[in-house]
Design a protein around this ligand. Structure first.
Ligand SMILES: Nc1ncnc2c1ncn2[C@@H]1O[C@H](COP(=O)(O)OP(=O)(O)O)[C@@H](O)[C@H]1O
Ligand SMILES: [Mg+2]
Length: 153
């Protein structure tokens, strides 16, 4: 686990940019953190690090945005509005867990959430190594504690 303190949105973007430069095909970044902690700022950095020039916005109304034109395609998921397990499947979201490119998932904790007693089959300990978990905590108005952890054995 690696912990970084970000002092600005630019810091957070720079971190994402560095991660993206070394990200392999198939990598999945799972982001968790409250509203306004900087998940989308991190995604902006990931896009830049992949060489994507398009403007990144949270896909809150569509569940997924796809950015091409970089070293790898970036699939940007935001599960904020997800409230039923079946939506993973009906929206075709499972495909993005094996992305033909790189995937980043905002509100990733919702993959693992217990919806009405139905446990996710994507248990953290069963996930392959290409998954990583990123947690952002707001320490104050401009400081964020960002922890990065690889999954799998
Ligand atoms: N160190 C920081 N890192 C990221 N965002 C920050 C930081 N300090 C302040 N902010 C502000 O916090 C907000 C984060 O928004 P956003 O990335 O959309 O959050 P989320 O996607 O987690 O809801 C932005 O308005 C940004 O300017
Ligand atoms: Mg967001």
């Amino acid at each position: 686990m690696v912990t970084t303190i970000s002092h600005s949105p630019a810091d957070t973007q720079a971190l994402g940019e560095a991660w993206a430069r070394s990200a392999a095909h198939g990598k999945v970044f799972c982001l968790s953190g409250d509203l306004g902690t900087g998940k989308t700022q991190l995604v902006k950095g990931l896009a830049r690090g992949l060489g994507i020039t398009a403007c990144v916005h949270s896909p809150s109304f569509t569940l997924v945005n796809i950015y091409t034109g970089g070293r790898l395609v970036l699939f940007h998921l935001d599960l904020y509005r997800l409230d039923r397990r079946e939506q993973f499947v009906t929206a075709g979201l499972e495909d993005y867990l094996q992305p033909d490119g790189v995937a980043v998932i905002e509100w990733a904790e919702r993959w693992f959430q217990d919806f009405g007693g139905e446990r996710s089959r994507f248990e953290a300990q069963h996930l392959p190594k290409r998954f990583c978990w990123v947690q952002i905590v707001a320490l104050n108005e401009t400081e964020r504690r960002i922890t990065y952890e690889d999954f799998g054995a």
